[in-house]
Design a protein around this ligand. Structure first.
Ligand code: DGL
Length: 274
């Protein structure tokens, strides 16, 4: 059976799961939302690293043959340690698409909206340092956005106002490209496009991340089998039922032919509650 784990601090990774269901509809997925602990982006690097490793060890024990860290923040702080520990399992991460953004920006001015932890991480800053100096990056932490998205606000006046505040410096700098450096932000696409206008290109890496997953599955000979039932199990450390209703609202994939199930899991990862 091909079981793929998809992990995020909360509902953000559903944007990656959605793309995975589009490119790889026949696999089984275990989606893990650590919503009891979201947002990660405002926590310490040490906390993010140890929690992300614990969740990925849990997913490996649950039988996942590949894991997508569908979280820029967890990727930035933990992917090296996770790969070192789970040697046999391919672990695919998500990084802000600053490279493609720099290549396609006409003006050489690119906004990057991501969590504070991602923007401050060594991994992100090392990637930034590899890019030629002729592109200017306006880095903006999206403080507060993840908590509002987790609470189901995608169009409220409150989130629109907070987003407008965060986009101010990027707009003022005249950026013609915006990188979405957090997997929660694609769910704000209509608001972002409305506030930035049609001249700004938005870069989201979910498609490229799933292409990388496809390559890794091929390289590790992980294929679907007759036993696969196109099943998605949603696990939340806060409330599985709530994650399920958010998934029904956020996923654009056709869910009719997919068995979508949900469970709540203890925050200490020991018990799956009925
Ligand atoms: N969705 C996550 C990311 O891509 C994490 C957001 C958070 O929990 O702060 O960074």
């Amino acid at each position: 059976m091909a079981l793929i784990g998809v992990f995020d601090s909360g509902v953000g990774g559903l944007s990656i799961l959605d793309e995975a269901l589009r490119q790889l509809p026949d696999h089984n997925y275990l989606y893990f939302a650590d919503s009891a602990n979201a947002p990660y982006g405002e926590k310490s690097a040490e906390w993010i690293a140890s929690r992300s490793l614990a969740v990925c060890e849990f997913l490996a024990e649950a039988g996942c043959q590949a894991i997508v860290l569908a979280c820029n923040t967890a990727t930035a702080e933990a992917i090296a340690a996770i790969r070192a520990k789970l040697k046999a399992i391919p672990v695919i991460g998500v990084e802000p698409g600053i490279k493609p953004a720099a290549l396609q920006s006409q003006k050489g001015i690119v906004g990057v909206l991501a969590t504070e932890a991602t923007l401050n991480s060594d991994k992100f800053n090392a990637l930034l340092a590899t890019l030629p100096g002729n592109c200017r990056f306006i880095k903006q932490a999206g403080a507060g956005l993840v908590a509002l998205i987790e609470s189901g606000q995608l169009h409220s006046p409150e989130i629109a106002a907070l987003l407008a505040q965060h986009l101010q410096s990027i707009k003022a700098a005249g950026a013609d490209t915006l990188v979405l450096g957090c997997t929660h932000y694609p769910f704000l696409m209509p608001l972002i496009a409305n506030q930035l206008g049609s001249n700004v290109t938005i870069v989201d890496t979910s498609e490229a991340v799933v292409r990388q997953l496809v390559r890794q599955l091929e390289a590790h000979h992980i294929a679907i089998s007759a036993k696969d039932k196109r099943r998605v199990l949603l696990l939340s450390t806060a409330d599985g039922g709530r994650l399920h209703s958010m998934a029904m609202q956020l996923l654009r994939s056709n869910l009719d032919s997919i068995g979508l199930d949900f469970k709540t899991i203890d925050v200490d990862l020991s018990t799956v509650c009925p």
